[in-house]
Ligand binder design. Structure first.
Ligand code: GDP
Length: 327
């Protein structure tokens, strides 16, 4: 077996764009072994000054809306402009169904073969929080490897949108022509997080419906209060199969970037995201430290029984646990 790469191999090779070592570093970050995680953390810390140069884009939408097809078209457009693109995913369902959104690379066949693109299948892990942290770390490693654009894909059905929104600069929601937002199972909260909506599948018979949807969604977005960024979200139409409207999405993202760099929001949002990441991690680690102790777990079980028997108020039970173990 080949020797495990050392710290120096990573620090020398990743900035050269060595994808094999990049992939190995991400695997270390995803590992549950403490020594792997420690190595990954010190690597990412080493690279920290070299991160942050990419534009980070989150893409969401219900299954079947065409996320993979869109990312293939969009990614190819970017590589045609000589941009290096990394594609990561957060898929909270993958642990259960074992069918991760990027697990099947054949869904982005052209991009998978493109030397300017790197597709990383979903990190698997128990909790969304853990998966989100690993994705952030993978993103930083990709930036250290010199990628210009990072795309993070997620399924538009649950909490993972918020996690992705909190790690990207620009959040894109894909929608279908000819169905209202309720029908598409997209919650208002997700629409509110979007910097742009792209009505995908605007081709053939769908063209008229797509234009109608564009007007409807643009109107719906006007009803939301102005975002902290000062940016008014835009609605575009595209066909990922015919590859029309794709260049316009990139143009819009550049426009957003120019706008938010000018008003200072671009950098501010990243700082806020880092602080939020830190605060969540502190909470997570503190909780983890506590529940790792067997006596705490036993006490929690006991409280749960008493709560179900209506012997103790849930908030009082929580107080009792914390006061006992963190006196
Ligand atoms: P995902 O589940 O959101 O990743 O969706 P996929 O990319 O797998 O696409 C779902 C289906 O929609 C596939 O059969 C695609 O061929 C089709 N599709 C995706 N984009 C378009 C498009 O722009 N136009 C049309 N007509 N079909 C599309």
């Amino acid at each position: 077996m080949a020797l495990k790469p050392a710290f120096k191999d990573f620090t020398e090779q990743i900035p050269q764009g060595n994808i094999v070592l990049l992939a190995q570093a991400i695997t270390l970050a995803e590992s549950t072994r403490r020594e792997d995680r420690t190595l990954a953390e010190s690597l990412i810390e080493y690279f920290l000054p070299y991160t942050g140069r990419a534009i980070r884009i989150g893409i969401t939408g219900v299954p079947g809306v065409g996320k993979s097809t869109f990312i293939e078209a969009f990614g190819k457009h970017l590589t045609s402009l000589k941009k290096r693109v990394a594609i990561l995913a957060i898929d909270p369902s993958s642990a259960k169904t074992r069918g991760s959104i990027l697990g099947d690379k054949t869904r982005m066949e052209e991009l998978a073969k493109d030397p300017l693109a790197y597709i990383r299948p979903t990190a698997t892990g128990a909790a969304l929080g853990g998966v989100a942290d690993r994705t952030r770390e993978a993103m930083l490693l990709c930036e250290a490897a010199g990628f210009d654009v990072i795309i993070i894909e997620t399924v538009g059905v649950g909490q993972s949108e918020t996690a992705v929104r909190n790690m990207v600069d620009f959040f894109l929601l894909l929608m279908l022509p000819g169905a209202g937002d309720e029908l598409q199972g997209i919650k208002k909260g997700i629409m509110e997080m979007a910097d742009a909506i792209v009505i995908n599948k605007a081709d053939g018979d769908n063209n008229k419906l797509a234009n109608q949807a564009r007007t409807d969604f643009q109107y719906a977005l006007h009803l939301f209060s102005l975002a902290e960024s000062g940016w008014s979200p835009k609605v575009l139409t595209a066909s990922s199969i015919e590859r029309t409207g794709i260049a316009e999405v990139w143009e819009l993202i550049l426009e957003y970037s120019t706008f938010t760099n000018a008003n200072g929001y671009f950098g501010l949002q990243r700082k806020q995201q880092d602080l939020a990441w830190f605060r969540e991690s502190v909470q997570h680690l503190l909780t983890q430290r506590l529940v790792d102790r067997i006596e705490v777990r036993d006490a929690i079980k006991l409280m749960e029984t008493q709560i179900m028997d209506k012997k103790i108020l849930p908030s009082a039970a929580a107080n009792k646990i914390v006061n006992t173990f963190l006196p």
